[in-house]
Ligand binder design. Structure first.
Ligand code: SF4
Ligand code: SF4
Length: 200
């Protein structure tokens, strides 16, 4: 038994040496020196002054009306450039939509890839045999809990037929939890409302 342990340790040491030892070059090694601080720096005086400067800059911008705070809902982020406090509508991940195909049918083929990829487990699908000849299945139920969602976009990435998409809609309003569980019809309605703005 001891022999096997010794052989295993020798093999492991040899592999580690071969993998790491062989690749490590002297020029790859960096020696980092701790920066020397003077008395003021060690008391954080420059950092505090820099922070105060930032605060005063924002204060002045607010007073002269050049601050980037938006008067929502009169002003909307999608109407402004990113550097002006707006949003990049091509990248923003907001409310979902279920896309339709050219014939107006739901594009989803009920493959469950989005539900499987979803880290928040907020997609619930019930599939059934499709009444059409070009696919096997379609969703008779497709619920997405918008309150549970973390808007990571994994569902969109996982979908093989581009059936689910995140729009840049961020007006998510509901008075109850149940209202925030968007069903298939609601997700299709969001598609109908946002499709003129394609591509998302
Ligand atoms: S955006 Fe992320 S959390 Fe939300 S439904 Fe898609 S996969 Fe799930
Ligand atoms: S939305 Fe896409 S990934 Fe999700 S079940 Fe439908 S086809 Fe599959």
């Amino acid at each position: 038994m001891a022999f096997y342990w010794l052989a295993f340790l020798a093999y492991t040491w040899g592999r580690t040496n071969a993998v790491y030892g062989a690749r490590m070059k002297t020029e790859d090694v960096m020696e980092l020196q701790e920066p020397r601080l003077n008395t003021l720096e060690s008391l954080f005086v420059p950092a505090v002054l820099a922070g105060l400067g930032t605060t005063i800059t924002h204060l002045v911008k607010s007073v002269v009306g050049r601050h980037r705070t938006l008067q929502y809902p009169e002003q909307r982020r999608e109407d402004r450039g990113v550097l002006d406090g707006g949003m990049d509508t091509q990248r923003y991940r907001g409310v979902h939509r279920l896309n339709r195909d050219e014939q107006g049918r739901v594009k989803c083929v009920a493959c469950f890839m989005c539900a499987t990829a979803c880290p928040a487990h907020c997609i619930h699908i019930v599939g059934a045999q499709a009444p059409w000849t070009d696919r096997e299945k379609y969703p008779i139920k497709f619920d997405l809990d918008e309150l549970r969602c973390i808007y990571c976009g994994m569902c969109e990435e996982a979908c093989p037929v581009d059936a689910i998409e995140l729009t840049y809609e961020y007006d998510i309003i509901g008075l109850t939890r149940a209202e925030m569980i968007f069903d298939k019809e609601k997700l299709l309605t969001i598609y109908d409302q946002t499709v003129p703005r394609k591509p998302m």
